[in-house]
Design a protein around this ligand. Sequence first.
Ligand code: FES
Length: 161
Amino acid sequence: MTVEFSDKAKEKFDHLLTRYPNKRAALLPVLHLAQAEFGGWVSPEAIKYIAELLDLTELDVHDTMSFYTMYYNQPMGKFVVEVCHTLSCELMGASTVVDHLENKLGIKMGETSDDGLFSLRKGECLGSCGTAPMMRVNFDYYENLNADKLDKIIDLLREKA
Ligand code: FES
């Protein structure tokens, strides 16, 4: 399958390049752009396309992508729920948060719901340790989590979908 940016995404891409000293330096924002443009994940074809655009190897793109948790190499749900399980969050009940979400969403950690709405992942410290336990849903943080709060958040996201 051939992938290519839309005209609008190409404009954004061109603008991004003006903000960096060289093409390679624009890799992270270009990955975000590609992920948004190509259905929420970066396929092997998209990696090849980005590599060509930025004069990089596919391995360069893949290596960078694999270092960051916000780039996905497989299709994900509309809402990617990433529960922090590093020390502060773990001590404050991250496992309970995961159990509750697995029950509420009907999926296990690492899975995506059949309706394509939710993907559940474990994450490393998201820098919000003082408000543990916490999770990130796409670009938003949800903190001081408990069962009631989780129910409200998930219900709200379902309404928004
Ligand atoms: S340990 Fe969870 S945000 Fe830092």
